[in-house]
Design a binder for this molecule. Structure first.
Ligand code: UGA
Length: 435
């Protein structure tokens, strides 16, 4: 099938390359000429495992191209909208200008029977408004939310947990579902569950899923706060809770909390939308989820300050990790970067390291010092802060690391180190929510 993908950021670039690998002929469109040039050359504009080989194979097949000209989307049967919906500059609601612009770009080229497929994360009610704008074009709108995780984006796109189609009633909806079934034929053949719903449900599945995940993380972080005043160990608590299949162990890792381009902005936009709908009280708990999350970053900073007897000025701190999670170079709303910036703001001599995210972090915060290697960051440190659980840091040898630092103090912001092994090597070890 001929497919267009409007917006070639994280979601769109991965979607375009993945759809090509499923056998389709794909054109990716973006307003950013530099991004298009890099993608056309087989380079990923961000770090994502597996994307470069997939991109290169897809380009080599001759069935994938990238352009800045939306007119080249003409002739495609399915047009995916994969643009960003960031938090608006003047509040917590989502900024929908890129979604609107994508539809503006498509309107002149749509033909009878084309299917416009929304993948961007949008406030519930957006699809109905976009569908009204499509009236008279002959095209039909479907809403097909994306659940990919950064770091697993290719796998999650090709082998998702489920496919959700939001479609209108009647012939238009049948046409849209049939086109999506053809797009995802290979995925469906693997037995992937497929849920066909109305627009509002499809839009809600996405934000509800992210709200649930954020709540699960803040729940365990709230337990960490209680553990801290009772001497309990939140990691053992999570292990014990996780054995209950109804609860499950995943997303119960306490630490500096969630960040990234999705969870924080999605829960805020969802709350703002609920207020617009006169149901602010229904999602009031998400504010608490947000606040618990942000408190954990400060707790991490407080532990560092405490380790310096309340006087962090001029003390050398090695911050290990800047990305919002491992296997990513994304520093949007990153708890790790936030901790580094807060410590720097208190006058500490912060030296940061991250295997992938130092470029993006440096552009955002040039005032921080960035070390070429973890070893360089650790050398002479008076406290070590682990805030993104990259394998490289999890595998640090406590004995060898002790030889590099000035003071053997480690603050484990992701609760991933073996506390007993580090203590046995002479370290003062502190985790979040651990005795
Ligand atoms: C998230 C969702 O997991 C995806 O399903 C969704 O498609 C995506 O947002 C999106 O809306 O596009 P992602 O932002 O890539 O994916 O990252 P996650 O793996 O969900 O992690 C989010 C944050 O939570 C990270 O900062 C991570 O360190 C933190 N986290 C995760 C914890 O603090 N504890 C945990 O137990 C799990």
């Amino acid at each position: 099938m001929r497919i267009s993908v409007i917006g070639c950021g994280y979601l769109g670039a991965v979607h375009a390359a993945s759809m090509t690998s499923l056998g389709h002929e794909v054109v990716g469109v973006d307003v950013d000429a530099e991004k298009i040039a890099r993608l056309s050359a087989g380079e990923a504009p961000f770090f994502e495992p597996g994307l470069v080989p997939l991109l290169q194979q897809s380009l080599a097949s001759g069935r994938l191209r990238f352009t800045t000209d939306p007119a080249e989307a003409a002739g495609a049967e399915a047009h995916f909208i994969a643009v960003g919906t960031p938090q608006s500059a003047d509040g917590t609601a989502a900024d929908l200008r890129y979604v609107d612009a994508a539809l503006d770009a498509l309107l002149p080229i749509l033909r009878e029977g084309d299917v416009v497929v929304g993948k961007s994360t949008v406030p519930v009610g957006t699809a109905a408004g976009l569908a009204a704008r499509l009236e008279g074009s002959g095209a039909v709108l479907a809403w097909n939310p994306e659940f990919l995780r950064e770091g697993y984006a290719v796998k999650d796109t090709l082998h998702p947990d489920r496919l959700v189609y939001g479609v209108p009633q009647g012939a238009g909806g049948e046409r849209a579902a049939a086109v999506l079934d053809e797009v995802y034929a290979a995925t469906l053949a693997e037995g992937t569950p497929r849920i066909v719903a109305d627009y509002a449900t499809a839009e809600l599945v996405k934000v509800a899923a992210n709200a649930f995940l954020a709540t699960k993380i803040s729940f365990i972080n709230a337990m960490a706060e209680i553990a801290e005043v009772t001497g309990a160990d939140v990691t053992l608590l999570a292990d014990a809770l996780g054995h209950d299949a109804r609860i499950g162990r995943r997303f119960l890792n306490a630490g500096v909390g969630f960040g990234g381009g999705c969870l924080p902005k999605d829960i805020r936009a969802f709350t703002a939308r609920a207020e617009e709908l006169g149901r602010g009280h229904s999602l009031a708990f998400l504010r608490e989820v947000d606040e618990i999350n942000l408190r954990r970053r400060q707790r991490m900073v407080d532990l560092v300050v405490e380790s310096f007897g309340g006087r962090p000025f001029g003390r050398r701190v090695a911050v290990l990790g800047l990305a919002f999670k491992p296997e990513s170079d994304d520093v949007r709303d990153s708890p790790a970067l936030d901790v580094a910036v807060r410590l720097k703001g208190l006058g500490a001599e912060v030296v940061s390291h991250d295997p992938e995210a130092m470029g993006p972090a440096g552009r955002m915060h040039p005032q921080l010092a960035y070390a070429a290697s973890a070893e360089e960051a650790l050398r002479g440190a008076e406290a070590v802060v682990l805030v993104t659980e990259w394998r490289e840091y999890r595998d640090l040898d406590p004995v060898a690391t002790a030889a590099l630092v000035d003071q053997a103090v480690i603050l484990d912001g992701r609760n991933v180190l073996d506390a007993a092994a580090w203590r046995a090597a002479g370290w003062t070890y502190r985790g979040l929510g651990r005795p």
